[in-house]
Design a binder for this molecule. Structure first.
Ligand code: PGA
Length: 251
């Protein structure tokens, strides 16, 4: 597990976008796993900038998003399909047919989960999976629990996740309480993982993750078993460690 420490959010976004750029340059037909939320927004903006400057070509890239709110149509303003379209896809030359997001408003959820899982495999698997992390350690919407599901599935969101995501909605009651998410194995099968965590509120869970212990109550801790993980944090993480009187090398 590699950890990169950046000056601030802008720097973190630059570093993350460079890693993704390198991946696309090395393999223009690569399959990217994408994330939503506040953290990757800066990374997406930089990818758009690189495309506009002519240094990136998305025409052969395929993407799979981690998750989608259950019950939301892809045109709903808070759906992750709309997020991806607005924050990345509509600004670059990606073939929209090569972008994949679980469909949140289907009748047969089990069928949709199976379809999504198979689509990832048919595409040859994910080359690079971008991840955020919840303050409770969730990756995708795999919430802390006594057990973790391996494949794409419907999940009940934890109160802390609903609270955290309510900032994107008019009121908390509008936040869907369920979501479709890739499972732990769907994520874990990615050849490379790039996890971004910015700001002081993410520092405690990153410290927990870096302890190298496995717990289903810290879903991200499974990444300790993955052969190729890069975690990008900003200085807020180091400041947190200082306050705890912990050296990074001691974790
Ligand atoms: P955030 O969400 O980027 O909005 O903090 C991350 C996550 O919940 O995985």
């Amino acid at each position: 597990m590699k950890i990169l420490i950046c000056e601030n959010y802008e720097h973190l976004s630059e570093v993350a976008s460079n890693i993704i750029e390198d991946k696309i340059t090395a393999n223009p037909k690569c399959v990217l796993g994408l994330a939503t939320g506040g953290t990757p927004e800066g990374t997406y903006q930089r990818l758009i900038d690189k495309y506009k400057q002519g240094s990136l070509d998305f025409s052969s890239v395929t993407t799979f998003n981690l998750d989608e709110y259950y019950g939301l149509n892809g045109r709903h303003p808070q759906s992750y399909a709309k997020y991806m379209y607005d924050k990345l896809f509509k600004h670059i030359n990606i073939d929209i047919n090569n972008t994949n997001i679980p469909q949140g408003d289907v009748d047969d959820i089990k069928k949709e989960c199976k379809r999504y899982e198979e689509a990832i495999l048919e595409a040859g698997g994910i080359d690079l999976q971008l991840l955020g992390i919840g303050t409770n350690g969730h990756i995708g919407f795999n919430e802390p629990n006594a057990y973790l599901k391996t494949k794409t599935h419907l999940v009940k969101l934890k109160e802390e996740t609903i609270n955290a995501n309510s900032r994107f909605f008019e009121k908390k009651e509008d936040v869907p309480t369920r979501a479709i998410t890739m499972g732990i194995k769907s994520i874990f099968r990615a050849k490379e993982i790039l996890l971004l965590a910015s700001g002081p509120e993410k520092a405690p869970i990153i410290m927990e993750l870096l302890k190298g212990q496995l717990s289903t109550y810290v879903p991200a801790s499974i990444l300790n078993l993955h052969p190729s993980v890069t975690i990008v944090v900003d200085k807020a993480f180091i400041e947190y460690l200082k306050k705890q009187n912990v050296e990074l090398s001691a974790i």
